[in-house]
Design a protein around this ligand. Structure first.
Ligand code: S3P
Length: 172
């Protein structure tokens, strides 16, 4: 069983994924962390030294690898579903859930937390608002290919509880 959490940066995938894995007694993997450990470089370093195209290629390789695992909750990088037909692999190998957060909440969550995020680290103020709104619109098309969608504007514990209900009530 694989449960994939997808959604924009700042939607809580990793925090919620860890909690969910603990409750379900499954392993937890953050795909970005997995890549960082594998090639011994931070995501920011990969972007700055090799560029986004290289990162997307590595991201797909990692997805291939982790999609063969079992009994795991996987939190995917915010861009993973949106490149290289990755949603196909995701939906063919597990249960996918989109953690949906409104643009305004994402903006507020990311405003003070952009340093470790190469996509937005040099964007501020109104430009950041606009960038997030545009990117989210663009990416929703891919996130909506997930098999389930959940309102992730709520508290971490409420989102985790609702996710648990989806997973245990509907067979995975
Ligand atoms: C990205 C999101 C990041 C990370 C990379 C690119 C994106 O993951 O994979 O910085 O394209 O949205 P998080 O969503 O975990 O921040």
């Amino acid at each position: 069983m694989i449960i994939y959490l997808v959604g924009f940066m700042g939607c809580g995938k990793s925090t919620i994924g860890k909690e969910l894995a603990a409750i379900l007694n499954l392993k937890f993997i953050d795909s970005d962390e997995y890549l960082e450990n594998k090639i011994n470089k931070s995501i920011s370093e990969i972007f700055s030294s090799k560029g986004e195209k290289y990162f997307r290629m590595k991201e797909k390789e990692i997805l291939f690898e982790i999609s063969k695992m079992n009994n795991v909750v996987i939190s995917l990088g915010g861009g993973t579903p949106c490149f290289n037909n990755n949603m196909k692999i995701i939906n063919n190998t597990g249960t996918s859930i989109y953690l949906e957060v409104d643009a305004l909440n994402i903006i507020n969550r990311l405003k003070n937390d952009s340093n470790q995020r190469p996509l937005i680290q040099n964007i501020q103020g109104n430009d950041l608002d606009q960038f997030i709104r545009n990117k989210l619109d663009e990416r929703k098309v891919f996130y909506n290919l997930a098999q389930h969608r959940i309102d992730a504007n709520l508290s971490i514990s409420d989102v985790t509880k609702n996710l648990y209900n989806i997973i245990t009530k509907k067979h995975v």
